[in-house]
Design a binder for this molecule. Structure first.
Ligand code: ATP
Length: 326
């Protein structure tokens, strides 16, 4: 049996609220199961540069409620090269690390998969991204908090939109996925969502324009997922202005505020469960997979599936939004 005595953990790619809660869970579950924990600073960069320190239970005290990541995150070009990954492997060996847990998104797991195969090294991933765009898990850590941040912002925009009788296009993150935009549209009572999963000619914008946004309401809010397909809020606003120069249309790009803040209860629970499950997976001699949650149960998804397959969005949500925004 391959016994794991020392596990390393890192956070990589874009930060997401709940990463700290997941780091805490990985650290505590590992120590609870008799393992030593090494924290790698700044994602794969710390692996390549040997920025690695031992973590005890106290190192993760008082962090469950903080956004961001106390061990920092970074994008690391060196790790995309065989030479960089060799340095990473040598540094893990230097610290007698037997397995690696990576907290991140799509790119992080792509790197993890390559590394795991190259060196036959056990790696387990915990999905942390506000985009919720990873196949094989109903939710990713950070998504729920970001959703709440978006609706709080849209509630405020609505006050000014209705006072001035304006049409607002609010751009939210999502990196080519419409989960945030569509669900935030439903939760904030927006008129429409423009998301990359729906072909442009069928999107809800055409309807909003056709119906005339002022027919029944004196203001409108449309949520737009950032993406080359949608053209972002600026692109959508330009389409509308071209047809209806009389509309008083404004654009708001919510940007990085969506990444920050204290994680919601949902995200803290998800992070705690997934972080502990990552250690369970290693104890069960599972490797090269992402921990997920489906129908409220923990599942293991091979990296190859999590990064390759597109996560489908529930199109019935569009019908719900359409029905409720009349
Ligand atoms: P987010 O979804 O928030 O952007 P992410 O994990 O997808 O998070 P990326 O910046 O895409 O973030 O990837 C994080 C890191 O993973 C990269 O900086 C790089 O070091 C590593 N990585 C990404 N793709 C590869 C690859 N093809 N080969 C090796 N390493 C990679």
């Amino acid at each position: 049996m391959y016994q794991i005595k020392t596990v390393a953990v890192l956070t990589s790619g874009g930060d997401a609220p709940g990463m700290n809660a997941a780091l805490r869970a990985v650290t505590r579950a590992a120590i609870y199961n008799g393992m030593r924990v090494m924290a790698v600073m700044k994602g794969y960069k710390g692996l390549v540069t040997n920025d690695i320190v031992e973590f005890k239970t106290q190192n993760v005290s008082n962090i469950i409620h903080h956004g961001g990541t106390i061990i920092k995150t970074a994008r690391c070009k060196e790790f995309t090269t065989p030479e960089g990954r060799q340095m990473a492997y040598d540094n893990l060996k230097r610290h007698n690390v037997d397995a690696l847990v990576v907290l991140g998104g799509d790119g992080t797991f792509t790197g993890a998969k390559i590394f795991a195969q190259e060196f036959n090294f056990p790696v387990v991933g915990v999905p942390c991204t506000i985009d919720n765009d990873l196949y094989g898990t109903d939710y990713t850590i950070g998504y729920d908090t970001a959703l709440n941040t978006v609706i709080e912002a849209v509630d405020k925009i609505r006050d000014t939109a209705s006072s001035h009788e304006r049409l607002f296009f609010v751009e939210v993150m999502g990196r080519d996925a419409g989960f945030l935009a569509l669900n935030a549209a439903i939760a904030s009572g927006a008129e429409a969502a423009v998301i990359p999963e729906v072909r442009l000619k069928d999107d809800m914008l055409a309807e909003v324009i056709q119906n005339g946004f002022r027919k029944t309401k004196n203001s409108s809010i449309v949520l737009v997922a950032e993406s080359e397909v949608t053209g972002g809020a600026e692109g959508v606003a330009a389409r509308v202005k071209a047809e209806h120069p009389e509309y008083d249309a404004r654009v708001v790009v919510l940007g990085h505020i969506q990444r920050g803040g204290s994680p919601s209860a949902q995200d803290r629970i998800l992070a705690s469960r997934m972080g502990a499950a990552a250690i369970d997976a290693l104890l069960e001699e599972q490797r090269n997979l992402m921990v997920g949650v489906v129908n409220d149960e923990i599942v293991y998804v091979p990296f190859s599936k999590a990064i390759k397959d597109d996560k489908p969005i529930n199109m019935k949500l569009i019908a719900t939004l359409r029905a409720l925004s009349i």
